[in-house]
Design a binder for this molecule. Structure first.
Ligand SMILES: *[C@@H]1O[C@H](CO)[C@@H](O)[C@H](O)[C@H]1NC(C)=O
Ligand SMILES: *[C@@H]1O[C@H](CO)[C@@H](O)[C@H](O)[C@H]1NC(C)=O
Ligand SMILES: *[C@@H]1O[C@H](CO)[C@@H](O)[C@H](O)[C@H]1NC(C)=O
Ligand SMILES: *[C@@H]1O[C@H](CO)[C@@H](O)[C@H](O)[C@H]1NC(C)=O
Ligand SMILES: *[C@@H]1O[C@H](CO)[C@@H](O)[C@H](O)[C@H]1NC(C)=O
Length: 369
């Protein structure tokens, strides 16, 4: 069972990469015409490369299993959103805002920035990063460009209504803010319960802005087990076990986010918001999925919990859940992307999975010539 699963992961990952490299019309149109991505290092695909921050990874061994080598992705290979992009039928990965140009932006843009969060100050100890507010400002710039490409505001809006939007934020508001009391005073200002409430209130305003910008199909990723990353175990865990304090904080945030998703879905009936339960997905029995190492990084870590420049990582990367101190391997991303895309269990995606969200139609289909 375990072997079959791992074999499947390897086979799929090998067969998909060439199809992205040699774009072919055989694949047909993607399930949605465009995909916009907001987030942190779990989704960054190169935006931080051009920023003055220590939170950037455009060096080896990052990208060792990626067709284009080190691109700024915080992974050995594809991120979860890369794999979702493939599952949705796109021929190319969604380009980072930093490099996206020309008509490519009509397929979508990735605004994600490693180290960033919902709060503006989050991650600033690493240098400059793009907070959710800044990512929304960049999205506005993209919209202006799309308006000028399509010639009319109303056409751009109709187009933007059909896109899929993925937003994954909040991890850094804990690990690069609340749980760094030497740099931030949020833990003096708020209890961890209060912090989850103010954080999701701010997030809620940001997501409403995204909706005002035309988003109708929105995927909101909950937080994973923040206390079980190799970096968290080293800094906050006792006796090599997960930090219950960080895991508890992630669960509080997720409760607020889930309740926000319910409110958004009942208030905004011409849109749909889907919650991805990354905590549940991350709680999988990884040994049963074929992973043999779940509490240590595959690469040699620097003091920041990222891979040391130009070091040789582990050979058996598909056996590891974690690539570096914080980020899963491509092998684990395969698992979480497939759960998000297609899941029978409402415990993983709520109220539906990404494949069903992509299919929704909100506007009467206007006859197109
Ligand atoms: C980058 O940030 C560092 C630390 O904040 C600063 O000392 C340096 O001058 C900055 N470099 C540039 C090019 O802005
Ligand atoms: C976009 O940028 C790429 C590389 O950065 C360049 O090769 C390409 O010509 C540019 N395309 C347009 C339309 O500007
Ligand atoms: C926390 O820091 C901010 C600025 O960094 C300051 O405005 C605020 O008063 C501080 N709060 C507390 C409780 O120290
Ligand atoms: C950690 O391990 C030590 C030695 O094995 C033990 O005495 C201690 O109780 C453990 N602490 C916790 C919190 O489990
Ligand atoms: C949803 O509507 C209720 C009732 O009008 C309001 O109290 C709540 O703030 C709204 N929630 C969101 C996220 O818009």
């Amino acid at each position: 069972m375990a072997c079959v699963m791992k074999l499947l992961v390897v086979v799929i990952s090998l067969s998909w990469v060439p199809s992205m490299q040699h774009s072919s019309s055989v694949l047909g149109e993607p399930e949605v015409p465009c995909f916009f991505i907001f987030g942190d290092s779990l989704a960054d695909c190169g935006n931080n490369n051009v920023l003055n921050t220590t939170a950037k990874v455009n060096y080896e061994p990052y990208g060792i299993d990626f067709p284009y080598g080190p691109t700024g992705r915080f992974c050995n290979g594809r991120t979860t959103v890369d794999i979702l992009t493939e599952l949705l039928g796109f021929e190319n990965y969604i380009p980072p805002f930093a490099y996206a140009n020309g008509s490519a932006i009509l397929r979508g843009v990735n605004y994600a920035s490693g180290g960033s969060g919902i709060r503006r100050e989050t991650g600033m100890t690493t240098g400059t990063v793009l907070s959710m507010g800044k990512q929304l400002k960049n999205h506005r710039k993209t919209i202006m460009r799309i308006v000028s490409m399509l010639g009319k505001k109303s056409l751009a809006r109709k187009y933007l209504n059909k896109c899929l939007y993925s937003v994954g934020m909040g991890s850094n508001d804990y690990i690069n803010n609340y749980f760094l009391p030497q740099y931030y005073n949020t833990s003096q200002e708020y209890t961890v319960e209060e912090y989850a409430v103010v954080l999701v209130e701010q997030y809620s305003r940001q997501i409403l802005r995204l909706y005002e910008y035309g988003a109708k199909k929105v995927v909101l990723g909950g937080l994973g087990l923040l206390g079980c990353t190799p970096a968290a175990i080293a800094s906050y865990g006792t006796n090599g076990s997960c930090s219950e304090e960080l895991n508890y904080a992630a669960q509080l945030f997720n409760q607020q986010l889930l309740s926000l998703v319910d409110q958004l879905n009942s208030n905004l009936t011409d849109a749909k918001f889907v919650y991805i339960n990354n905590y549940e997905i991350g709680s999988a029995n990884t040994a049963a999925l074929g992973f043999t190492v779940s509490d240590a990084a595959c690469c040699t870590l620097n003091s920041g919990g990222l891979c040391e420049v130009d070091t040789t990582p582990c050979q058996n990367r598909a056996d590891y859940v974690f690539w570096d101190g914080y980020h899963p391997t491509e092998a684990f991303n395969m698992y979480s992307a497939s759960k998000s895309y297609s899941s029978d269990e409402s415990a993983d995606t709520y109220p539906m999975d990404v494949s069903h969200l992509a299919e929704l139609e909100f506007n009467p289909v206007v006859a197109e010539m």
